[in-house]
Write a protein of this length. Structure first.
Length: 233
């Protein structure tokens, strides 16, 4: 197995549409999508046999990451890290990302016979709540007939950019909506920062997964840096 590839990973990152747990379960029940667990790793390209595979690299265990018991078992056996295969990107030197999810899934299973011990197939998810309760970061769904690129996603923890839509009376909180879709995301307490925003301000926030009506559970301002929470005044 080779871990170096000519693939530009910045150009193959999937575009995720965030959905609620109930919406993802509905997607599963309809059966028109490949629904797998989302691994809390880093996108990588690895070469196995005559294929280049996109995978999530699960490096050394990191505090705060989302791991299942099976993940921890893998870490105990693969101390330098391991890979969860996502899809075949190239096969026999041919780009196959424009082929259907169904076709790429079949190729991935064919290549899986050559997987070394530090590469696994992703878990198929029949039940969203059980998957998240087990410690997974999230669940992703790709339509069987679609090429690589777009997927639905639900995360145990939600992160995104929201727009201030309304001040909450005399409280130090504001109502927020998704900056891209306009969907209501609930409200967030700004405390002393309330005077630093206005209607239309863009905020980067984090919280638990979305509720069934699209609200962010336990939202809080991003704290990557002292100013990262305020995307635009």
């Amino acid at each position: 197995m080779k871990t170096q590839s000519t693939i530009d990973l910045t150009k193959v990152h999937p575009i995720k549409t965030m959905v609620t747990g109930a919406q993802m379960q509905s997607i599963i029940d309809k059966g028109a999508h490949l629904v797998t667990r989302k691994y809390d790793g880093q996108l990588a390209a690895i070469e196995i046999g005559n294929a280049v595979i996109l995978a999530e690299f699960m490096g050394a265990q990191i505090s705060g990451r989302h791991y299942t018991d099976e993940d921890r078992e893998m870490f105990s056996r693969q101390e330098t890290g391991w890979y969860a295969a996502i899809t075949v990107a190239e096969f026999n030197s041919k780009d196959v990302l424009n082929e259907s999810t169904s076709a790429r899934w079949q190729l991935l299973h064919a290549v899986a016979m050559l997987f070394p011990p530090n590469v696994i197939l992703p878990d198929i998810v029949p039940d969203v709540d059980k998957c998240l309760a087990a410690g997974a970061e999230g669940v992703v769904a790709m339509a069987w007939n679609d090429p690589w690129g777009a997927m639905a996603c639900v995360k145990l923890y939600w992160e995104g950019v929201v727009r201030v839509s309304l001040f909450n009376g005399g409280a130090q909180s504001v109502f927020i909506e998704d900056a891209e879709t306009g969907s209501a995301r609930g409200k967030i307490n700004l405390h002393s920062r309330c005077d630093r925003v206005r209607i239309g301000s863009l905020l980067k926030i984090r919280g638990l997964s979305l509720t069934d009506n699209g609200k962010v559970r336990e939202p809080r301002l991003d704290d990557d840096s002292p100013t990262s929470w305020l995307v635009k005044y």
